[in-house]
Structures are given as C-alpha cells and as structure tokens.
Design a protein around this ligand. Structure first.
Ligand code: NAP
Length: 283
C-alpha cells in the first residue's frame, strides 16, 4: 500500500508516510438520495490518491463505517483507514469491543489509525493501555487522539506509552486559527503531524470575500484556497468531506496551488492569527 505518486505525503512519527490530503465522512450514509454520490466520491478520491479516509464509530452510529466497508470491498488495501472510539467506550476493556465493532462494520481486519475522539472521564492510562494491546494484536496499526488541547497533550505525555501518539486531529481552518499559538508548535516539537478537520468550516467559509478575492486572482476556487492555506504547512494533514465527485476533483487540484506571500498577507488581514492562547474549539 502507498499513496499514489503526485499526492504529497507527511511522515507519522513511526516513519510511515500518509497523504496530506484525505477524505472525511461525517454525516455520510444519512441521506439515501446522496449515498451513491458519496460512494462515487470516495472511490474517485482513492483513484486520485486521497487514500487517507477518516471516519468514526459515532458517525451515523456506525452507518458511515458501514458505507466505507461496503464501498471499499476489494480496494481495502489502497486505503489508510482512520476511525475513532467514543470517550465513553474508551475504557481498558470496552475499547477492544468498540474496535471489534468498527472492524466488522468496516469489513477489515485492521484500522490503520485509531483515535480517541475527545477526552472523556476514562483515565488516559486505560485508553492508552487498550490501544497498545490492540496494536500488538494487529487490530490497529497506529493510535492517536482528537480534540486534545495543550494541557491534554501534556497529561498524555506523562502516561506510559503516551509518546507513541501518531496524530492529534483538531479543528483548523482560516476562521479557527487558535491552535497556531501553542498547540501546533507543541506538536511540531514532538514530530507529530496535526490532522485538520472541517478545513472549509463545513462550507461556511467559502463565501468569505477575502477568500473569493484570492481565489479570483489565482484562478482557483475558494475551497481550493482554503485547503491550500491549511496545507501550506508541511506538518499538516487536511481531511475535507466531499460527497460530490466534482468537489473531490476540485479539492485534489488544490494540491497544485502554492499560495504566494501576497495571498498569505491578504488572508492574514481578513483572518488574523491568534495573539494569545485560545481555548481549543470543537465542532
Ligand atoms: P468540511 O470538510 O469543512 O466541509 C464539508 C462540507 O463542505 C460539505 O458540505 C461539502 O459538500 C462541502 N465541500 C467540500 N468540498 C467542497 C468544494 N470543493 N466546494 C464546495 N463545497 C465543498 O467539514 P467536516 O465534514 O466537518 O470536516 C471534515 C471531516 O473531518 C469530517 O467529515 C470528519 O471526517 C472529520 N471531523 C472530525 C471531527 C472530530 O471531532 N474529530 C469533527 C468534525 C469533523 P459536499 O458534501 O456536497 O461535497
């Protein structure tokens, strides 16, 4: 398995490379009228090398994982599958059961990257011990976290085995720049790539005038500028959700867009970076 040539990759701490642009699936498998388009989009994304596919047991209460299992049958080995355990399923014993359910829905024998969806009340020691057991059993290949703020990451670093975290998946886009102040430098210092979710702010960002101006100048679309902006950093993975093939093609083409200093200055003016610590935002 490996990403198609042409899609830039980033190394996980293990040294394994993953594509910097993946595919999200939140909200998929909810509307029967969109199902065929979602499946077509997923497969087109695979063809284009967007092989990192993000899902979660939470999405549609397993329905998104089921859709992936059904669609990827025969092409499983081309994908790098990311799924997530809910915090209230993340105890020492229940994590393994949740993982088994996800594996079954995904119709596979392993999850490539398994994340704790957000921090709950289960002690991190328990979840990490369960992740490590799953890893040794070959049920997951890497583990990571999601929605962890710098204090959560400090706590994780104290836990035995906590330094094996492969990524932190967090909200990041032009309108959510708080993580640049402290979370990103911390992850960068540890060699851990960050996975940006909702990189186009679920579509709300796309009519922002500054984005349209830059897009017009660069003969690109607002979505492409928004994605190229997230991917301007070499240690960042973006996982936009596109349930329409034309959106998948458009997003893939964003990989060829290099924003200039002028573009970045204009975007900074419209979407200023944080000047101090900002509580981590979640969607
Ligand atoms: P998003 O990717 O920012 O936005 C998705 C929306 O943007 C969809 O309505 C999609 O429309 C539209 N879109 C995508 N590409 C477009 C384009 N080129 N032009 C116009 N519209 C476009 O939001 P998201 O789904 O919240 O985030 C992405 C993924 O991150 C999720 O699907 C999920 O896998 C993950 N996530 C994780 C967490 C977490 O807590 N860890 C939280 C939120 C999301 P179409 O569907 O019609 O193409």
């Amino acid at each position: 398995m490996g990403p198609t040539p042409g899609v830039r990759t980033v190394p996980l701490p293990s040294g394994e490379h993953v594509p910097v642009l993946g595919q999200g699936t939140w909200g998929w498998a909810q509307d029967p009228a969109r199902r065929a388009s979602e499946k077509e989009s997923l497969l087109l994304g695979l063809d284009l090398g967007l092989t990192l596919v993000d899902t979660a047991e939470m999405y549609g209460q397993g329905a998104a994982e089921e859709l992936l299992g059904e669609t990827l049958s025969g092409r499983r080995d081309e994908a790098f599958l990311v799924s997530k355990v809910l915090p209230y399923n993340a105890s020492r014993t229940e994590t393994a059961d949740a993982c088994e359910r996800s594996l079954k829905r995904l119709r596979t024998d392993r999850i490539d990257l398994y994340l704790l969806h957000w921090r709950g009340s289960v002690p991190l020691e328990e979840t990490i011990a369960a992740f490590e057991e799953l890893r040794q059993a070959g049920k997951i290949r890497h583990w990571g976290v999601s929605n962890f703020d710098p204090a959560d990451l400090r706590d994780l670093a104290e836990v035995t085995g906590g330094d094996a975290m492969a990524t932190n998946q967090v909200l990041y886009n032009l309108t959510r720049r708080g993580i640049e102040y402290d979370l990103l430098p911390g992850c960068q210092g540890r060699g851990v790539p960050v996975m940006a979710y909702s990189p186009v702010e679920q579509g709300r960002l796309l009519s922002a005038p500054a984005l349209e101006t830059v897009a017009h100048r660069r003969r690109a679309t607002p979505a492409q500028v928004a994605l190229a902006w997230v991917l301007r950093r070499s240690d960042m993975i973006a996982i936009p959700r596109a349930g329409r093939p034309d959106h998948v093609r458009e997003n893939h083409a964003a990989l060829a867009l290099d924003l200039t200093d002028d573009d970045l200055t204009d975007l900074d003016e419209a979407f200023p970076p944080a000047r101090g610590p900002v509580p981590l935002e979640m969607l």
